[in-house]
Design a protein around this ligand. Structure first.
Ligand SMILES: C[S@@+](CC[C@H](N)C(=O)[O-])C[C@H]1O[C@@H](n2cnc3c(N)ncnc32)[C@H](O)[C@@H]1O
Length: 267
């Protein structure tokens, strides 16, 4: 198993992560709202939602549609089922969608940069599998990190301890502060050596989950190349976090972006 995969799986399976994703709801930002709105208003009755975590996006996408959510972390699937008892969730890895025939969905979603936590070969397989299960003209919505985001070079940001008069709460917050801070420093030191810095993409430690994840970060050209190789049309809609369409030059303030890629109408 790729080292990046081992690091990320450990974080997704961690009780803190499951608790965090189980509680989150609503759109992440205007970019996500715009990408979902664009894709759902273009049609898309049969939806596959990948990497559902605690089911945040199920609440945004299911709405009377034929909805299936999947995640390869068993604890996340359990939480999603508990949060949305009437919806269908399966424990499944996005790299192998063989349970679904070709062209069985009109819209596939992999939200909150979930695809970036997949190892490099796995990422290619995910794109190919999504392309296979999409119907002609179907859309794939996902978000992905920008390789030249200035935050990747910033020093770790050590969170503050929020004051409270409740001694139990304060004790717990102090414990999390020290535990998180120590783990963060250790992980960063240990895993930075695994980073890959290529011209058109990178594999980098990300500050989320106390530097508990390694992510793929892309450039415009690399993204277009990967989508094209997987069989998507050459002009995906690229949106920033404010919901604005991105030009060819991406600013270093761009942390991640939303992609609405389309399968050609005819093969
Ligand atoms: C950043 S969390 C996002 C959770 C949720 N989509 C949200 O926005 O709240 C990424 C999720 O993707 C899942 N995931 C990562 N790689 C996956 C894969 N290869 N197949 C299926 N799920 C995967 C993880 O288990 C985790 O639940």
């Amino acid at each position: 198993m790729h080292r990046m995969e081992t690091i990320n799986r450990k974080t997704w399976e961690n009780a803190w992560s499951i608790r965090e994703y189980s509680r989150s709801e609503g759109f992440l930002d205007e970019g996500e709202r715009a990408a979902f709105d664009h894709a759902t208003t273009q049609g898309g009755r049969r939806i596959l939602d990948i990497g559902i975590g605690g089911g945040r996006t199920a609440g945004l996408l299911a709405d009377g549609r034929d909805y299936t959510g999947i995640d390869y972390t068993a604890g996340m699937v359990e939480r999603a089922r508990a949060n949305h008892p009437t919806l269908r969730f399966e424990h499944m890895d996005a790299r192998d969608l063989s349970a679904f025939p070709d062209a069985s969905f009109d819209l596939v979603v992999f939200s909150f940069n979930g695809i970036d936590s997949v190892d490099p070969d796995g990422r290619v397989r995910v794109l190919e599998e999504v392309s296979r299960v999409l119907s002609p003209g179907g859309r794939f919505v996902f978000s992905t990190f920008h390789k030249d985001w200035q935050g990747f070079n910033a020093l770790p940001d050590y969170r503050r301890v929020e004051w409270t008069m409740d001694p139990l709460r304060l004790g717990f917050r102090l414990y999390r502060y020290v535990e998180g801070g120590i783990l963060k420093a250790i992980r960063l030191r240990k895993h930075r050596t695994l980073e890959v810095h290529a011209e058109d993409h990178a594999i980098l430690m990300h500050g989320a989950h106390d530097f508990g994840i390694m992510v793929h970060a892309t450039t415009r050209q690399h993204l277009l190349d990967q989508l094209g190789q997987a069989g998507f049309a050459g002009d995906p809609l690229l949106i920033d976090r404010d919901g604005l369409v991105l030009g060819h030059q991406w600013p270093s303030s761009l942390h991640f972006l939303y992609v609405v890629a389309q399968k050609p109408l005819q093969n």
